[in-house]
Design a protein around this ligand. Structure first.
Ligand code: 5GP
Length: 261
């Protein structure tokens, strides 16, 4: 495939130069990692599902008036996106206490929070993505106070929207992680939603059985990871009932023509 040069390789995705200035190609890998890279594996088909699920969610978020980096999906594993200067902060939104919140503060697992809780963590693998305060973010120029106010509004709006979307298909949105970046849009720097939203970045529990339909199946060795991601895609109407991603052979992504301007 005629991609531009590799700009960045993360744990689950690779970013290549895009066909035009200000664009990039985001490639979804099948690699799964957890606990700051201590646990690693390959989950065949995960990249394909996350590409589709993230496309679906980001398109919908765009339609409620929040700009995202997604321009369009190119093929099974790739999306054309706007190139952004990513903020070194992960924005975590929680509706139900679980994961690191219960571990750090001793809150009972499954406690329903009275309102969504937003946490900030500094993106730094060497430090284990530590939790930080708004004041750290402003002091160290990771984002301005104005940018943070806007991002907080976006986080709450996205949470409301996604809670409704998932609730409608029998899934509780427990928590999720968002990343934002600065993009050059019509000559102006704007904060837009970047990265991905998928079962890799959300905790999703079945409303009735509380079965985990997300990356905790990998983190906690619960098995049937791809079946759970597939279930999310099916319920959202992204793939058909009869589609079984595990039985589909994944070849190389189809070429897109990259013309340098
Ligand atoms: P926790 O802080 O409980 O480990 O994670 C809270 C939520 O944010 C979970 O939905 C988790 O999947 C997501 N999250 C937090 N940090 C990361 C990260 O570095 N990568 C991914 N993929 N998700 C994260």
């Amino acid at each position: 495939m005629n991609k531009g040069k590799k700009l960045y390789e993360g744990k689950a995705k690779i970013l290549y130069e895009g066909p035009e200035k200000g664009t990039a190609i985001q490639h979804f890998k099948d690699d799964a990692t957890a606990f700051n890279n201590l646990k690693k594996s390959t989950v065949e088909g995960k990249g394909v599902l996350n590409n589709r699920i993230s496309e679906h969610i980001l398109n919908n978020i765009n339609q409620i008036g929040i700009k995202t980096h997604l321009i369009k999906r190119l093929n099974m594993r790739e999306q054309l996106v706007r190139l952004v200067e990513i903020l070194p902060v992960e924005f975590i939104v929680r509706n139900i206490a679980t994961g690191s919140l219960t571990k750090k503060l001793g809150i009972a697992d499954g406690t329903v929070l009275s309102k969504p809780l937003i946490e900030y963590s500094y993106k730094n693998d060497d430090l284990g993505d530590p939790l930080v305060a708004k004041e750290h973010i402003i002091e160290f120029n990771w984002a301005t106070a104005t940018e943070l106010d806007l991002i907080k509004k976006h986080c709450l709006r996205i949470n409301d929207f996604m809670q409704g979307m998932f609730r409608g298909v029998g899934i509780k949105l427990v928590d999720f992680k968002l990343e934002f970046g600065r993009a050059n849009i019509d000559g102006k720097k704007e904060i837009i939603l970047a990265d991905e939203i998928s079962p890799d970045t959300c905790r999703l529990w079945d409303v009735v059985s509380e079965k985990k339909l997300d990356k905790d199946r990998f983190r906690k060795d619960l098995g049937n990871i791809i079946q759970a991601y597939q279930e999310v895609a099916r319920r959202l109407g992204i793939i058909h009932e009869e589609t079984n991603i595990t039985s589909v052979k994944f070849g190389k992504p189809k070429a897109v023509n990259i013309k340098k301007k």
